[in-house]
Unconditional design. Structure first.
Length: 429
């Protein structure tokens, strides 16, 4: 339904449709003015052109004018802007009642009625028009509110999935260290200490299960939206100048037990201090996902390497926008990611068909992509020499003073060919 917009403080317009050969009735004009409205006299031609401007339409009908005015009613009925406008029919005594049905629904007022009757009909028509405008505004407001709520719910769903995914990875680290203590790999422990460690293992397993149930409930309760969710507070970066070499060394140390259990050689090349303007917690979150992926897909006897190095200048940027970057690169000797899938695997919930038998939700690389977007950085997916995947998270060495620059995410295969990935798109665990 389309409703005409009336400017504030301007009286509404009531159109009077008359035959070219007949003047408008003075009683009708007086009733319109008494109701605080303006009137416009319309011939059939002007009625068709001006119909959308009026709040209500009065048809001045005489037996001699029915055939000439009937097309006006038909045009108003066929136009969504005028179809719902209230109508008042001022009818001469010689007009056959059977012909009035062709003009549509409206209030019938005899031409000989009193001024009070004319006034009441006009006032009711204007009230109907106002009620229809109010209902239309309320409907539009409700639709906008529902869309905003849907975006919020989808953002909550995505944050819940991210929380569950990352917590499950970190619980795996906790469980690995606790199991090593329980089984004596970190040295002898007493029976009482062993029971305490077992309690840690049981509680961690329970917490991981509860988080997974929470994320599953969110996925069932909230439908997927075609509109992108707005960034929530959980995904807002808090920046500081941080040494990524130190961050990489500390994070890699958490995964040595998991790598050793899978007979995978895990190494970090991060002896040099390299600082970046970043949120260290979010960068660590991305690195945890990259490491978890690499260790999951690398077979026994393989290797996973993590390096920190200065990044090359982005060739897509102009010289004026050039900036120094730092990149964290996680390389493995797993099956790699086919070139034609490197863009798609960054989307939330996407998993390669070959990996569907393995546990996972498809959120890992989407989280890495989100972190890159929030830092205005890059995600690169390449092939490791000899086979495997090499994924780089690139963040600015220093972004202070560049807050107005737009974030971008890109995925490149082996140079020089590259893929561009839009922000709404970002191997997944």
């Amino acid at each position: 339904m389309s409703v005409a917009v009336v400017a504030p403080n301007e009286p509404p317009i009531v159109g009077i449709v008359v035959d070219e050969t007949a003047p408008a009735r003075s009683a009708v004009i007086a009733a319109i003015e008494a109701a605080g409205a303006r009137f416009e006299l319309w011939t059939p031609a002007t009625a068709i052109a001006r119909g959308a401007a009026a709040e209500a339409v009065v048809f001045d009908l005489a037996a001699s004018s029915l055939e000439r005015l009937l097309p006006v009613a038909a045009v108003l009925d066929g136009d969504p802007r005028t179809r719902w406008k209230p109508r008042v029919f001022v009818v001469d005594e010689d007009v056959p009642a059977s012909r009035l049905a062709s003009f549509g629904a409206g209030a019938l007022v005899p031409a000989i009625a009193s001024p009070e009757t004319f006034g009441l009909a006009i006032e009711r028509a204007l009230e109907q028009a106002q009620a229809r405008r109010d209902a239309h505004a309320l409907a539009r407001s409700s639709v906008d509110d529902l869309r905003a709520l849907e975006r919020t719910l989808v953002a909550v769903q995505q944050d819940g999935a991210t929380l569950s995914h990352d917590a499950r990875v970190l619980f795996g680290v906790i469980l690995g260290f606790a199991a090593n203590m329980r089984d004596g790999f970190a040295g002898p422990i007493t029976e009482e200490q062993r029971q305490h460690v077992q309690n840690i293992l049981d509680a961690s397993n329970d917490a991981a299960t509860l988080l997974e149930r929470y994320a599953s409930a969110l996925r069932r309760a909230i439908p997927r939206s075609s509109e992108p969710a707005q960034a929530t507070a959980a995904r807002v970066a808090t920046r500081q100048h941080h040494d990524l070499g130190e961050l990489v060394r500390a994070t890699v140390a958490l995964f040595h037990g998991i790598a050793s259990a899978k007979q995978i050689r895990l190494a970090a090349e991060a002896s040099r201090a390299l600082f970046a303007w970043c949120d260290p917690m979010q960068v660590k979150q991305a690195l945890v996902n990259l490491l978890s992926n690499a260790l999951k897909f690398t077979p026994a006897g393989g290797r996973v390497n993590v390096s920190v190095r200065p990044g090359p200048l982005d060739p897509a940027r102009s010289a004026a926008m050039a900036r120094p970057d730092v990149e964290i690169v996680v390389s493995d000797t797993g099956p790699g990611i086919p070139e034609h899938e490197r863009s798609r695997v960054l989307e939330r919930g996407v998993r390669l068909e070959r990996d569907l038998a393995m546990p996972g939700t498809g959120h890992g690389l989407a989280i890495v992509r989100d972190v890159a977007e929030l830092h205005g950085g890059l995600v690169r997916i390449d092939e490791t020499p000899g086979g495997g995947a090499s994924i780089a998270l690139v963040v600015p060495a220093d972004r202070r003073g560049r807050s107005g620059e737009q974030a971008a995410v890109s995925v490149s295969s082996a140079p020089p060919r590259a893929y561009s990935v839009p922000p709404s798109s970002a191997r997944s665990t």
